[in-house]
Design a protein around this ligand. Sequence first.
Ligand code: NAG
Ligand code: NAG
Ligand code: NAG
Ligand code: NAG
Ligand code: NAG
Length: 393
Amino acid sequence: MVISSYRFFLLSLAIANVSAVKHALFVGNLNAPASIYALEFDDETFDFQMTNNITADASHSWITFNHDKTNIYGTSNIAPRIASYAITSNKTLKLVKLISADKTCANHTSAFVVTSPQAPYHVITGAWPGPNACGMSFNVTQSGTLDRVVDSWAYANKSGVHGLALGRSNDDSNSDTLYSADLNGDAIWTHQISREDGHAQYVGKIGVKAGSHPRHLAAHPNGQRLYAVMEAGNRVAAFPIDQTTATVEDEESTFSLIPDSEFDVDSTISNYWSAEVMLSANARFLWATARAQVNTRIPGYISAFLLDEQGAIVKRMFRVPTTTVAGIANAVSPAPWGSEWAALTDVFTGYVQIWKMADKTEGSYGTEYATADAVARVDIPDGGCCANAIWYN
Ligand SMILES: *[C@@H]1O[C@H](CO)[C@@H](O)[C@H](O)[C@H]1NC(C)=O
Ligand SMILES: *[C@@H]1O[C@H](CO)[C@@H](O)[C@H](O)[C@H]1NC(C)=O
Ligand SMILES: *[C@@H]1O[C@H](CO)[C@@H](O)[C@H](O)[C@H]1NC(C)=O
Ligand SMILES: *[C@@H]1O[C@H](CO)[C@@H](O)[C@H](O)[C@H]1NC(C)=O
Ligand SMILES: *[C@@H]1O[C@H](CO)[C@@H](O)[C@H](O)[C@H]1NC(C)=O
């Protein structure tokens, strides 16, 4: 079952992997104003434009699509609620519903949201900042609009949950595996979320090296590896997943996201705080970013790692400086239509930039790249842009 669903994933990817030339994106704001911008990128001419400035409910620290890209959900780390938008065209949204944080999460804000891939669909958030972090699950209507909070749960008192990832959906089970990055608690938690009613059940928790601060997670679609970006540790780590319980096992490998000369020196490692980790569409590359701190004038870094079929990290392909400090955010968003492409944001300079891997070679693990270049950029210097960008097509 495990293998057949992974093959199906690869097959559907091959069918979907047709370059459409023009691609639409949406990007939220981390700080005021409350806007979501629509963008359009042409992958032949590299023309990149903002196509709409949409009034949002709040500055959304994270936005995500639902499974069929008919809706966008947005969280805010200022307002204790989540917004549900219907996508009315490739550059327009309609705010349909706002749901206040409730139950264990009453009054808690959130910096992240994930959506389950299989019906009946659920939407899940984790509370940020801490302490006393909690999680919430929502159900949705037929059209994908958020309906209501169906469950909430507590983490530990010192917890602050920044990032979430859903593990491989097991067709045989009636639940989805949720991994939570507890940044303040230096832990990664595993819950099972029931497909039937959205209720969460605690399964396990693993501590990471004290002071690492796991911020965001990515789960390999084959269900065998979880990756974490460590904000204070300025590194990415791979964790095998127990195939029976879906819990996270001891760290298997780790790679620095900043130059080695700076990684070893306390005074320079603190100039960075790593931000993001995401898989390419073909799940062969792992993108990760490190921000330079707001009070510096040094650039951040963008890296990509080569994975084997089991999802183990084979090596770092490249680690190159970004074009600006990044400061608060340099969220990388791999393109669903081409595994060598990604969008990258920057707060406070305020832009969305397109990166493309370069210097292609064929190695023993297949195609790999020795570097990446920034090929296009749209400036949106409104003071709050840009949190995370998401690819509509
Ligand atoms: C967006 O929709 C318009 C109108 O249907 C179309 O002309 C345009 O090519 C679309 N752009 C993208 C990137 O899909
Ligand atoms: C939420 O905040 C409101 C207003 O500050 C306060 O009255 C209420 O007690 C809080 N609820 C919880 C569960 O903390
Ligand atoms: C959402 O969950 C609530 C509580 O379980 C239930 O009453 C409601 O019918 C559900 N909504 C949908 C659209 O399934
Ligand atoms: C954890 O936090 C809750 C809610 O603030 C509080 O009621 C409880 O006493 C705390 N527990 C510990 C062990 O500090
Ligand atoms: C988008 O609209 C908002 C609200 O009018 C405004 O504050 C913001 O500056 C606009 N953004 C850009 C890039 O013009």
